[in-house]
Structure formats: C-alpha cells, structure tokens
Ligand binder design. Structure first.
Ligand code: HAM
Length: 416
C-alpha cells in the first residue's frame, strides 16, 4: 500500500525539511507583525461556489462530497474564502489593518505535474482593512523577504507585478461584458502554458485573439503600479520586482494589483501568487461587511524544488537540518545504569536534548551513536563512580568530575 497519487508521506527527514520551511515562514511573518490564525480543513462547498462561476478551475479541482448528514462539504483548496468568512463574522473584534498569516495544508485534485500535488502546504499572508498601495507594498516586501530568508537572491527569483484593473479597462474598451472578461482573463492566465490555437478557440466568443492579449501586455501600463514600486524602492527591494501585465491570476476574486513569484529561469511553476480582493468579504457577507484586502499564498512544493536547485538555499537548509543533540550519556558499566538514568533525567529537565543506549552496548558503539547524533558532549558513567567523565566531542577534551558537580557544569553546556 502506498500513499495516494499527489499525497505525501513525511518521514523524519521530510518532516525536518518541512519544519525548516514552516519556521522560516513563521519567523519572517512575525518580523513583519503578522498574527497567526487557522480555520477548518473541511468547509461547506457553497463557500467556494459562491464567488466562482461554474466550470472555474478551482471548483473542478475540489475534493467535495456529501458528509454522513447529507451536507455538501469540501476539503479546503485555498485559505482566502475561509479567511474572508472568518473576518466577516468577527471583524469588529480586531483593529485595522489586520495582518494575519497561516500555514496550512490544502487539497486540489490537480493533474499530475512537477510542482503540483493534491495535498500541499501553503503559507498565506493577508492585510485586511487597508486599501492603500502601502499595503500592497508591505505584502510584496514580505513575499520578497521570505524568499531571501530561504537563501534566494534577485538572481534566483522575480516578483511579476500586474494589475487586474488595467486589464478590466482594456477589456471594457474592447466591448467585453462580464462573462467575456472572465473568459479572456482565464485565457491570459494560460498564455505561457497552452498553445495559441487552443486559446484562440476559447477566445472566439469574446471577439479577441491571442495576439490582442499579447499586444496589450507588450504595451504595458506604466502608471498602474507606480506607488507600489515607489514604496518597494524606498525599502531597497526594486531589484526583485518587475511590472508584467501577463500575470492575471487564475482565481476570480482579484480586483486590483496581482503578482506571482517565479524562478528566474522560468523552469518551474509559480512559487507564490496573490493580489487585491476588495470585493470578496463583501460578497461573502451579502454586503454587510465591506473591507478591502490583499494577500498571497506560497506553497511548499515548488519552493522545495527551487531550494534543491539553488546552492545558497540548499546550504541554508543543510545548516538548519544539521542534527544536534546536547548530551549523550555513555553507560560504561551496566551496574551503574540507574545512576546513568538519573543523569539522563536531570539533563532533560535542564532542557538539554539528551540520549543514551536503551540496551547494553560496547563503549565504542555508544561513542559512535553519540557522534551520529551530533552530540556536543558525552558523559561517561562507569567504574570511577561517583566520578564521571565529561567529554567535549568536537575537541575530544575531557575532564573527570564528581557527578554532583555535573549539573552546574551542564547548565553552561549550551553556552560553550
Ligand atoms: P494560488 O495561486 O492558487 O493562490 O496558490 C498560491 C501558491 O500555492 C502557488 O503559487 C503554489 O506555490 C501553491 N500551490 C497552489 N496549488 C498547488 C498544488 N496543487 N500543489 C502544490 N502547490 C500549489 C491562492 O491559493 C490564493 N488563495 C492566494 C491568496 C491569498 N490570495 C490572496 N490571499
């Protein structure tokens, strides 16, 4: 029996990698003053149906079913609708702007391809209640600093910045109604991934062709993101961002600035994506709560590929994963096992990561195990009791001390 296609087992080494990713996401978000939240894995299917047209990609990919009570439910494919629902229910409790992040697992029934799985981890950061471009810049700066914290530089990735408003103005000037706009945006989202003939067939009812979209993208919209770019330049982050109208985003709720992060060689799918969604909370609360919002999601899958391919990021990961334990207690004389266990317990109570052999073993083997675990110190308990040996494994220096003096010595271990 194996895990289902697109689902992953996490062995300890995979968990260690995942923890490195999660801890990086968390520490940078906190540096930016974001608070962590979470929601349920299972939601009412209506939450996703409400803002999406039938046939929308996200609906096609839903893991949805009727639960035992006959309720239509779905495993969450993304966080934004849940966040909007939670905000609409309780926004009065929170000062604005709300800066929230979460790290959760999501489910999409995707076609098998590199960088896309059916269960994945995604970091989300959102700012709610602030419509100024300063919030857009704050969110993009966070995305850039996350990437830098993983060990990437401007050589490795770029934030491609676009604006749905510029697209809507262009499409309205070409006489597109709402349905046509949706069709064109869905096609624009696939320009780099689907052949022109296929897209032209989809575009036929809108009166536009692929070349029209390409001409609009090539012309650019210089003024559209000037304030965001200025705020990023003030932070010294201009080199990470590139205006690029070919980004439109696949999800329906975006209303303004949108962006995606790609590897520079464009060999991978997007690492992250997001944008402004000023109408979603209003739509989900039937007009009761009207709050502007902007945010993005960054998954762990493409990120993992890029970390593997980028030496500076792999090195950082390796350093974070280097197994270290503080103390290994070596039982050189089995008749002293009880005393050794007491030392193990004391060490652990001091907060030191401590290990020992569960069964009698040759001293050499126990030392090997200590090295394997990357232990900083070994404590040798043997015939010299009440004296024990405290050995610093890296320098091989050792001293014989009374076991009663061990605790004060160990208290300083982490400092050495
Ligand atoms: P999204 O573009 O669908 O946006 O996903 C964001 C990121 O999640 C992607 O760039 C990718 O790294 C990762 N991702 C998405 N689907 C998969 C998959 N099947 N396998 C692996 N990774 C995946 C959203 O989800 C928006 N809700 C983000 C957002 C937050 N917008 C505003 N706030």
């Amino acid at each position: 029996m194996q895990a289902l296609p697109g689902f992953r087992d996490f062995y300890p080494e995979d968990c260690a990698r995942r923890n490195h990713v999660i801890e990086t996401w968390r520490s940078v978000s906190r540096r930016y003053g974001f608070l962590e939240f979470d929601g349920p894995v299972l939601e009412s299917t209506d939450l996703y149906r409400k803002k999406n047209e039938e046939g929308a990609e996200i609906l096609e990919q839903l893991y949805s079913f009727a639960d035992r009570g006959g309720r239509e439910v779905a495993l969450r494919p993304e966080m934004t609708p849940t966040l909007a629902r939670m905000v609409a229910a309780r926004e009065k409790h929170y000062r604005k702007p709300m800066k929230w992040f979460c790290v959760s697992n999501f489910f999409r029934h995707e076609r098998q391809q590199k960088g896309r799985l059916r269960e994945f981890l995604q970091f989300n950061a959102d700012i709610i209640g602030e419509s100024s471009p300063q919030a857009d810049a704050e969110i993009i700066a966070l995305a850039v600093d996350l990437m830098r914290a993983f060990g990437f530089t401007a050589e490795h990735f770029v934030v491609r910045l676009s604006d749905r408003k510029a697209w809507m103005e262009f499409l309205q000037s070409r006489g597109c109604d709402e349905a046509a706009c949706r069709t064109v945006l869905a096609c624009a989202d696939k320009l780099e991934r689907e052949p022109a003939e296929k897209l032209n067939a989809k575009l036929a009812p809108t009166g536009l062709v692929v070349d029209d979209l390409k001409a609009f993208i090539a012309a650019g919209s210089p003024g559209a993101f000037a304030p965001v770019l200025e705020a990023l330049a003030a932070r010294g982050l201009s080199g990470f961002v590139q205006p690029d109208l070919s980004i439109v985003r696949g999800l329906a709720y975006y209303t303004g600035v949108v962006f995606e992060i790609f590897d520079r060689s464009k060999s991978l799918r997007a690492l992250a994506g997001g944008g402004r969604y000023d109408g979603l909370i209003k739509g989900l609360s039937d007009g009761a709560i009207d709050l502007p919002a902007i945010g993005f999601g960054m998954g762990d899958v493409v990120l993992g590929h890029l970390i593997n391919e980028t030496p500076s990021a792999s090195e950082k990961l390796k350093a974070a994963l280097a197994q270290t334990s503080d103390v290994y207690v070596i039982i050189a004389d089995e008749s002293r096992r009880a005393e050794a266990l007491q030392i193990v317990q004391t060490c652990r109570e001091l907060g030191l990561s401590t290990d020992f052999s569960l069964r009698p073993a040759k001293i050499g083997k126990q030392f090997q195990e200590a090295e394997h675990l990357g232990a900083c110190h070994a404590v040798l308990v043997g015939q010299e009791w009440p004296q024990v040996k405290l050995k610093h494994l890296a320098t091989r220096s050792e001293e014989a001390i009374d076991h009663a003096a061990l605790v004060p010595n160990l208290k300083n271990i982490k400092l050495r």
